[in-house]
Write a protein that binds this ligand. Structure first.
Ligand SMILES: [Zn+2]
Length: 272
């Protein structure tokens, strides 16, 4: 399984303060935008079989320490650019020319420009902390657009634009690393479910069945005896967990209590 680190630029710091990154003319914070884009990327790549470590941290050393111990196949940092209000467009950085880092940067840059139609400022090279201190694997940093530009800041408020950006980055990132992206097999095997229900035991079936009906009769999974989470359930876009502990699924609804009566109550409340 390919492994990737997705770093959402800026965020909470060890000293208790918060690094918002650049702030747009309308007050939009870079850290909020990188979180939205990064979360989408992490989810999409996970749905395509990636093992992803997502990091949002205001301390650069913490980012590279975590990334280095995860030992990914590649590292991607998401940022929004900032300069004079008229500056605009997309640029992607690698540490140095040649090698896989540049290849990833070029593929991401190409896909982003194609998908958004924004100005191509090209692939650039810089010894940024997250590019220079990520050791043993390629690393890139994408400046998706200028948050300091009122037009581009307005784009960042649109979910459809964020979706387009995340999709383009995933395509370029995957292609550069030779990993298939967005392919579903004809027979439906490997197709990503929109929503699934996960039961802790068979005893949760009746409450779980009602939850599935409420969600368009979606698929129901039951945890095996070792209580592990079936892969297909984990790759669903949304996972509704009935009974048992959280799965760590990024888009999880947890309907669970200490006893099966508490769980039934949580389900009842959800069903309304
Ligand atoms: Zn930044």
């Amino acid at each position: 399984m390919p492994r990737g680190v997705i770093n959402y630029g800026h965020g909470p710091k060890n000293d208790g303060t918060y690094d918002p990154g650049a702030v747009g003319p309308d007050g939009y914070q870079e850290a909020a935008e990188t979180c939205i884009i990064g979360t989408k990327i992490a989810q999409k790549l996970q749905n395509n079989g990636w093992d992803i470590l997502a990091i949002q941290d205001g301390d650069l050393k913490d980012i590279t320490d975590q990334a280095n111990s995860f030992k990914p196949d590649a590292f991607l940092s998401i940022h929004a650019n900032s300069a004079a209000p008229e500056a605009h467009g997309i640029e992607t950085y690698a540490l140095a020319p040649g090698g896989v880092g540049e290849k990833i940067a070029r593929e991401i840059q190409k896909e982003l420009v194609l998908a958004t139609g924004l100005t191509d400022r090209g692939v650039k090279f810089a010894n940024y902390w997250v590019l220079g201190k990520t050791i043993g694997y390629p690393a890139v940093l994408t400046e998706i657009a200028f948050i300091s530009n009122p037009v581009e800041e307005a784009l960042m408020h649109k979910d459809s634009w964020n979706e387009t950006v995340a999709e383009a980055i995933c395509k370029g990132f995957s292609r550069a690393l030779g990993v298939a992206y967005g392919e579903t097999k004809k027979d439906g095997v490997g197709k990503v479910l929109d929503v699934a229900v996960l039961l802790y035991t068979k005893e949760d079936y009746w409450s779980g069945a009602d939850v599935a009906v409420k969600n368009g009769d979606c698929a129901i999974f039951i945890r095996p005896d070792d209580h592990s989470v079936p892969k297909e359930a984990m790759s669903a876009q949304k996972l509704i967990v009935v009974g048992g502990p959280t799965t760590g699924h990024p888009n999880e609804i947890l309907l669970s209590g200490k006893t099966k009566y508490d769980t039934a109550q949580a389900v009842g409340k959800y069903l309304g």
